[in-house]
Design a binder for this molecule. Structure first.
Ligand SMILES: [Ca+2]
Ligand SMILES: [Ca+2]
Length: 179
């Protein structure tokens, strides 16, 4: 959240006179920031005191980096001809991104098995980032070992369920070879 003080005397001509003026405000990228209030009214009693404008950054789920935009001020509307239609400088704001690219990794907890035992290799697939939804991870087995001859098939995918950041790949049990 950022607050910007707007003072009528910043955009009045010299000499300043108490104007009754109204400024319309808007963020040109509403997806990144919301501006309140939508307008400021300077009266004859408060024309020379700062009026606060609050800009609240909007959260999204995109890895979109820091996004600069402007709070745009329309021309002033006033019954005083010295102020009516006067341009007011826009204000630059940057919405800082809080999202990072997720990552998927595989870790071999038990990387080796022995064909003379009933041991199984254990692989864990982990993810970073949101766990709101199930995540299907596909994989392929490479190397010189042969499915069915050297090890039991591992399948080709595993689902990391919603609410979880990891899942185990079905065990790679060694298969006895007949000579
Ligand atoms: Ca973002
Ligand atoms: Ca954003």
């Amino acid at each position: 959240m950022r607050q910007v003080a707007v003072l009528a005397s910043q955009w009045c001509s010299t000499p300043c006179r108490p104007p009754v003026s109204r400024l319309l405000l808007a963020a040109i990228n509403a997806a990144e920031g919301m501006v309140t209030p939508a307008s400021l009214t300077f009266t004859t009693s408060d024309w020379n005191t700062p009026h606060a404008v609050t800009v609240v950054g909007q959260n999204d789920a995109l890895v979109d980096g820091n996004v600069p935009y402007h709070v745009v001020t329309a021309a002033a509307v006033s019954s005083d001809g010295n102020y009516n239609g006067m341009a007011v400088a826009d204000v630059a704001v940057t919405n800082l991104d809080n999202d990072v690219l997720p990552n998927i990794a595989v870790m071999a907890t038990t990387p080796s098995v022995h064909e003379a035992s009933n041991s199984s290799a254990v692989f864990t697939i982990t993810r970073t980032g949101s766990t709101v939804s199930d995540l299907l991870v596909r994989y392929a087995i490479t190397g010189t070992a042969t499915t069915g001859a050297d090890y039991v098939s591992l399948g080709a995918s595993v689902v990391i369920p919603a609410g979880s950041s990891s899942a185990l790949v079905p065990g790679m049990a060694a298969q006895r070879c007949s000579l």
